[in-house]
Structure formats: C-alpha cells, structure tokens
Write a protein that binds this ligand. Structure first.
Ligand code: NI
Length: 437
C-alpha cells in the first residue's frame, strides 16, 4: 500500500466539523486518511509516493450499499415486468435452486466489478454459499457486510442457521478487517417466530447485527395482520428483534406507529427505491422516517429486480421520489441524499470508520472527473453528485487505501474474464442464450 496525495481537489468530506465542501489536499497513508487540509498545497508533496493533481477532481466518501443479493447479477434481465409472486415463484426461485458455489463466486465478482466502477466501496449481501461470496469480496478488495440468507420455513433442522454461525466464526473480520458478518433471517413471512428466536439467540452470542426484509409489500402487511393480528414491524418488536442492531430492508408499507417504533429503536432502514418501483411495491416514506430519527441508508437490492447496482441512481431516485410523492421539493435535499448513500449507510451497518472523509478514517473514497459538460458550470458539489453525475464520471475508487479503479478501469480484477464466466453461467442456469459474451 502506498502513500497518495490528492492536491488542490474539490473535497466533499461530509464531516460535520468541516464546511460542506472546500478546495484542499487529502493524504492517504496505508489504509487510512492521515491528513486533510482546507487549502491547496498545504500538505508537503514529499510525504507521498504519488501526487495526484486534483484540479479536475471531486473527492467524496465511497458509497455504501446497504441491501443486496450480489450474485443475482447472473439473473439480470432474465425476468422482468412481472407481478412479484409470479416473478419469484415461477422465475427466480427455480433458477436459484440450481446455483452452485462457483456461480456465487463469479456472480458476486461481477457485482463487485459493477459496484466498484460505480463508486460503491462497501456492499451488503444476503444470499447463500456465502463462503464463496466472501472469497469474491476478499479477491475484489472491496469492503463487505455479508449474511447467509435464512429461510426458516425450509430450515426446520437448523442446518442453514448452523452454517450461518460457522460462516460468522470463519469470516467476521477477515480480509484485513474488510469483511464483517451479520445474520440474515430473510423476512417475517418466511421465518416463523420460533425460528426468529433461534436466529436472535445465535446472533446474540457474537453480538452480530441482523438484516431482514421488512414491510416490502402491501400483501405482506395484510398477511401479517391475518396471521398475527399486527403489522410486520409490531410483530418483530413483540418478538424482541429490535433489541438487536437491525438493518431492515424496504420498509415501504408503514403505519404511523410503525415509524415511531423504528425511530424509538433506532432500527436502520435500507431504502431500495429502484427495486421497489420496478417490482411495483410502492414508495417508502423516507422523509417521515428521517424525521422520526430512523437512520436510512440506500440499497440496490439484487440485479434481478433493479437491474443495475448503481448507487448514484438510487441516491437520485431517493431524493426525487421523496419530493415528487409529497409535492414538496424541499424534502430530502442533496446533502441528505448524499448522507444516506455514505455516512448513514456506515451507521446502519455499524461501521465506525468509513462514510466520511476524516483523518484517522479508512481510506474508502471516490473521485469524480469534473472536466465534463454535465459538471459545467460547477457551483455546488452536493447538487452535482446527486442530480447530475453519472457512474461513468468516476475516475478513482479507493478502498482501504488501495486504488481499485483508475481512469474508470478496474486495476485488480480481470473484468473481461469475469464477464465471460458470468455469461456462461447465466446461460447454464436459465437455459437461455445470452446475446453476447
Ligand atoms: Ni432483497
């Protein structure tokens, strides 16, 4: 690992102790940010092995994807524009039955290529064959929060739960601390109360957080009311789930009481606007959640329901949907949306030293090219990133002090090989021919 100095760059640190943005220098030594100055040229060039001129660069924290199923990249574009039940039961689940460990490895690597190039430096995953997903995350040099997806209805013997416990033991803190492990009970409707209690008991042994899909569709809420006489949020509260750190994905259909419960318990919500729109699930009440003190991060969900893993797009959607759905353009302003994609995501996942550009924090950051028509005129970095920038504008992506993307190209991964392998596997799984490999 080297010592890199960005000099004279636009810096969007998101650090509450600094101005929102400034022109200055940023030094990386090893895996950490070791110096930031709010003026250009104040850090001595000799301190770095490499000096990167920042005149046309905007630096900001790497983005944090708080919900997804990485290897579902293999099912991208396989089944679209279908009702959720038909999509899952007739298309997705039958193919998932045939996934093997190697599929997960290559599908996850494909996701990592896409996420890194789009400025995501930490991703969250809930899927299976997670040891292979963890290998992909380790090889891809990205930061990852991983969980073995647990469907209680099919796990009466508890084998999957045991696998999750072994996975936690083996991988939590691995890859120089870049990998952390959580427990992933899939949803209240696939995990009966007794099973959720067993998951909580297991997670409590290592104080691991839990990730779960929650209140994604109106149908889920109706079923929960029928089966348990309350909303899914109330149901989980009664079971004691919120005594643990919880990352709840979706939270689209919430009552006022639900929002109050989530706020009082500091339950983290992973907002997935693209997936919710595409599956016709609805629009999460993000502005009201934020107002109630709920930490809200952003997620892409799997590439079978999105269909890309582009957090810039999710950030823009989050801001626009909040405004449009309430006819109020002041809701979720650019800074808010940016915080959701970075520092709030870190908070949600319990990562204490990423999400901001700050001395002593991990060097997880990205740099946009500002020499572009869509960045001209350049008045406001916050508005630029949220409302105008595209993944293709990203020049550098750095995780743990290592440059993983430079001039828009992956430096450590063989993108061509990963694309060819993934296409081949997608063909085998779906029985369909891809149009190009
Ligand atoms: Ni999901």
């Amino acid at each position: 690992m080297g010592k890199f100095l960005f000099t004279g760059a636009q810096i969007l640190a998101l650090d509450p102790e600094r101005p929102d943005y400034f022109t200055g220098d940023l030094l990386i030594e090893g895996d950490r940010i070791t110096a930031i100055r709010e003026e250009a040229g104040l850090i001595e060039r000799q301190r770095a092995d490499r000096v990167i001129e920042g005149r046309d660069l905007l630096l900001m924290p790497g983005m944090i994807n708080t919900h997804g199923h990485a290897a579902m990249t293999l099912l991208r574009g396989y089944a679209d524009d279908l009702p959720l039940k038909e999509w899952l039961e007739e298309k997705i689940w039958p193919v998932e039955e045939n996934l093997d460990g190697d599929d997960i490895y290559w599908g996850t690597l494909l996701a990592i290529c896409e996420m890194l190039k789009g400025g995501t430096t930490t991703f969250t995953d809930m899927y299976f064959f997670m040891d292979r997903a963890a290998e992909a995350a380790a090889d891809g040099k990205i930061r990852a929060v991983l969980s073995r997806g647990l469907v209680g209805l099919g796990d009466s013997g508890g084998e999957a739960l045991q696998e999750a416990a072994s996975f936690q033991k083996e991988w939590h803190g691995a890859a120089d601390g870049r990998i952390s492990v959580t427990y992933g009970p899939h949803a209240p409707y696939t995990c009966p109360p007794d099973y959720l209690r067993r998951v909580m008991e297991e997670a409590a042994k290592t104080k691991s957080p839990l990730q779960i899909h929650l209140a994604e569709t109106a149908h889920e809420v109706e079923e929960c009311r029928r089966d348990y006489g309350c909303t899914p949020v109330e149901h989980l509260q009664q079971l004691g789930l919120f005594e643990h750190r919880v990352i709840a994905a979706h939270c689209v259909h919430l009552s006022d009481e639900d929002i109050a419960i989530l706020g009082a318990n500091r339950v983290g919500v992973a907002h997935n606007p693209g997936s919710n729109l595409k599956l016709g699930s609805g629009i999460a009440p993000v502005a009201r959640l934020l107002e109630a003190g709920v930490p809200v991060g952003l997620g892409t969900d799997g590439a079978a329901s999105n269909n890309n893993l582009d957090l810039l797009e999710e950030m823009r959607l989050a801001a626009l949907l909040a405004k449009g759905s309430a006819c109020d353009p002041t809701l979720v302003p650019a800074k808010r949306a940016l915080q959701m994609a970075t520092v709030n995501g870190a908070e949600l996942l319990g990562l204490s030293d990423v999400g901001l550009l700050k001395e002593g924090f991990k060097a997880d950051l990205i740099a946009f090219n500002l020499k572009a028509p869509q960045a001209t005129p350049f008045f406001d970095p916050l508005a630029h990133v949220v409302y105008a920038a595209a993944a293709a504008d990203i020049r550098f992506v750095i995780v743990d002090g290592e440059i993983l993307v430079e001039d828009g190209c992956l430096t450590k991964l063989d993108e061509e090989k990963i694309i060819a392998e993934s296409s081949r596997r997608a063909e085998r799984l779906t029985g369909r021919s891809v149009l190009r490999t």
